[in-house]
Design a protein around this ligand. Structure first.
Ligand code: FAD
Length: 325
């Protein structure tokens, strides 16, 4: 028996969401008295993979086939299922990120496993059953699902737990997933990546804007401060829907979930669907003209004021602070 976690590498680094999934897998393995194993698909540096030992992974199965460098739901399902068989895994853990959302249901069908998407806490075991807590109704409530199947697939909500790193090192083994060309749905001819931007889900600082900013021409109020702080930028869905900002910046129930140390929300009302994606942030600062805006209830600090007056002052004060320190 073992617990297998699916780990993704991007630009040579293990994704933050995957570190969380691997940590979740290791803690689950610990609770079951078994080993934590990870599977990595595509080319990756063995030294980087060995660092998974810091979050309790004993062994990494590495299928280094270059064809696996790009996500393909069919090929990945087959490869992860093969790794689960090779590891003798009864529990497979993935991140509830974009790829995890595509992969986990397919994997659960292939493994004939019960599936819980978006876990927010470690599972509780009772005999052969696992009870897993997840958020429902946009994070307003939680529900506990019990999975009684022999094999179980659990995907972990990104930013739901903070991995504690120790000093271990994982052994890295080459793994042959035995795939053929027929296993691939997609042939990737090239990839254009946004360079220089901090990935939102990995960011420790986020400055975010909403409809209160009146139009895309005023976004410098968000981006200037973000640049000065070294923060990522985000927005409400209302803003992405009208093309003021790209959809990959939209956070909330239907967008990304973020859990930075600091989330600054400018001109965002704080609708429940928006809060669902940000309420795990450590410190929330809200700038809004309306003292009754719901976001103030979730805020640690609030400024009731016009963003067009407040934000230039915040930027000026921060620049002064930076110069003095
Ligand atoms: C099924 C469903 C899913 C959804 N998913 C999401 C989601 O994932 N993410 C998301 O964000 N939304 C989502 N929404 C939409 C959500 O309900 C809200 O409509 C949206 O978040 C509102 O965006 P907003 O706060 O930018 O705009 P508004 O609601 O228009 O709020 C603008 C705010 O700016 C303030 N303001 C105005 N002028 C200024 C100023 N000069 N200075 C400072 N403040 C000012 C106002 O007081 C107001 O509070 C979803 C809705 C549905 C139905």
């Amino acid at each position: 028996m073992a617990v297998l976690s699916f780990v993704e590498v991007s630009e040579g680094k293990i994704k933050k969401a995957s570190v969380e999934a691997a940590y979740y897998g290791s803690k689950t393995a610990e609770a079951l008295g078994t080993d934590s194993v990870a599977v990595v698909l595509g080319e990756a540096n063995a030294e980087e993979l060995a660092t998974l030992g810091q979050v309790g992974v004993k062994k990494v199965l590495h299928a280094a086939d270059a064809k696996l460098n790009h996500f393909d739901s069919r090929a990945y399902t087959k490869a992860v299922a093969a790794a689960a068989d090779a590891a003798g895994a009864d529990v497979v853990v993935l991140s509830f990120n974009n790829n995890g959302k595509l992969l986990a249901p397919r994997l659960s069908v292939k493994l004939k496993a019960g599936y819980v998407p978006g876990a927010v806490e470690l599972p509780q075991f009772n005999g052969g059953s696992a009870s897993v807590k997840k958020n429902v109704f946009s994070g307003k409530a939680s529900a506990t699902f019990t999975v009684a199947t022999g094999k179980k697939v659990i995907s972990v909500n990104p930013n739901s737990l903070s991995p504690v790193r120790g000093g271990g090192s994982a052994t890295v083994e080459t793994f042959n997933a035995a795939l053929t060309d027929a296993d691939f749905n997609v042939v990737v001819k090239g990839v254009d990546k946004v360079v220089g931007e901090i990935p939102l889900t990995e960011a420790e600082l986020v400055v975010s804007g909403g409809r209160g900013l009146k139009g895309p021409e005023n976004w410098h109020l968000v981006t200037d401060l973000a640049k000065e702080l070294g923060a990522a930028t985000a927005c409400s869905r209302a803003v992405a829907d009208v093309d003021w900002r790209p959809h990959h910046e939209h956070v909330g129930q239907t967008g990304l979930t973020v859990r930075p140390n600091l989330y600054i929300a400018v001109g965002i009302s704080g609708a429940i669907q928006h809060l669902a994606g940000v309420n795990g942030s450590k410190v929330i600062v809200v700038v809004n003209t309306d003292p009754e805006a719901p976001f103030f209830k979730a805020a640690d600090y609030g400024i009731v004021g016009d963003a067009f007056e407040v934000m230039p002052k915040v930027l000026e004060e921060y620049r002064k602070f930076k110069a003095a320190h």
